[in-house]
Design a protein around this ligand. Structure first.
Ligand code: UDP
Length: 197
């Protein structure tokens, strides 16, 4: 079995390396459709118990990883162990590495304007083989949402990286998925802040 259930949430049993491989395998498919990758932390697991939209988001996702050692420990206790914690930051690092080799395009959405710009700069310098298809900071006005979605749609990135915090990023991706012609999308929490340093 490729998945294990913890408190009603179905998690992938892939290791970090396996998870990155699975996503790359998806991206390498010629007609790859939309894959929402969710790195699910204990707060999301708890909240999903009384939040139907969150349960739908998790149920619809292409891949849900255990972003918290508590989830890994719980899976062991339940007798169907997950191999390790798989965080958004670590997946992003793996995708940037592979993206640099394969020339994937990324759209960076979220974090404050300075962090967003700096993260793009750091990533481009470190991985010259990949392309930043576009970027947008995460402190926009609600009325700008249409423009932002239009820009992402025009940029058609392989991977949409959303740094708006969890589970806000996950809700945003779920609600707008029909308008996003991207092949993979993932909320990455504060990863852009870490990259920008
Ligand atoms: N953020 C944003 N817009 C907002 C609120 C937060 O772009 O309105 C960004 C914030 O700058 C940071 C990320 O979202 O880069 C959230 O990081 P945090 O560590 O709070 O996320 P979590 O670990 O809770 O997912």
């Amino acid at each position: 079995k490729q998945t294990a259930k913890v408190m009603g949430v179905t998690f992938s049993k892939d290791t970090l390396a396996g998870t990155v491989k699975t996503i790359i395998g998806h991206l390498d498919k010629k007609d790859a459709d939309y894959m929402h990758i969710i790195t699910c932390n204990p707060e999301i697991v708890m909240a999903s118990a009384h939040d139907e939209e969150l349960r739908n988001i998790l149920g619809d996702a292409g891949l849900v990883t255990a972003d918290g050692i508590g989830i890994v420990l719980a899976s062991r206790w339940l007798g169907d162990p997950l191999p390790e914690r798989v965080t958004g930051f670590d997946i992003l690092m793996g995708l940037l590495e592979e993206g640099g080799r394969k020339g994937y395009s990324f759209y960076l959405f979220g974090a404050d304007p300075e962090t967003n710009a700096k993260a793009a700069e750091v990533i481009s310098a470190k991985y010259p083989g990949l392309r930043i298809a576009g970027r947008q900071h995460g402190y926009y006005k609600p009325e700008e949402e249409g423009r932002i979605i239009g820009e992402i749609a025009a940029a058609k990135p392989d991977i949409l990286v959303v740094a708006l915090g969890a589970p806000r990023a996950e809700r945003w991706l779920y609600r707008n998925r029909a308008k996003l012609p991207v092949r993979a999308a993932m909320g990455v929490g504060g990863s852009l802040d870490v990259i920008a340093g």
